[in-house]
Design a protein around this ligand. Sequence first.
Ligand SMILES: [Zn+2]
Ligand SMILES: [Zn+2]
Length: 94
Amino acid sequence: MDECFFHPGRPAVIRCKQCGKPLCSQCRYITEYGIFCGEDCAKKFEIFYKRVEELEKRRKPEKKGIKVIRGFIKFIIYLLILYFIFRFLKGFLK
Ligand SMILES: [Zn+2]
Ligand SMILES: [Zn+2]
């Protein structure tokens, strides 16, 4: 791996999740969102992460719609199976 962005000559152990700068074990800025080169990158990533979360929350109603359609298709298949069983039994009784 590359050498630390802040300490030339020191081997980097990880890259900043936001800007990709190589970092040594001393320069790691660890947050709940990951490892960054500093507070600036951590904040930038936090804003980005929260935006993604918001977008995913907005997408959820669409997923629910798909689930309703899938449930409806399952219901139709179930009715068809019942219909064929009914027809089969009718023919069997004759
Ligand atoms: Zn960074
Ligand atoms: Zn360093």
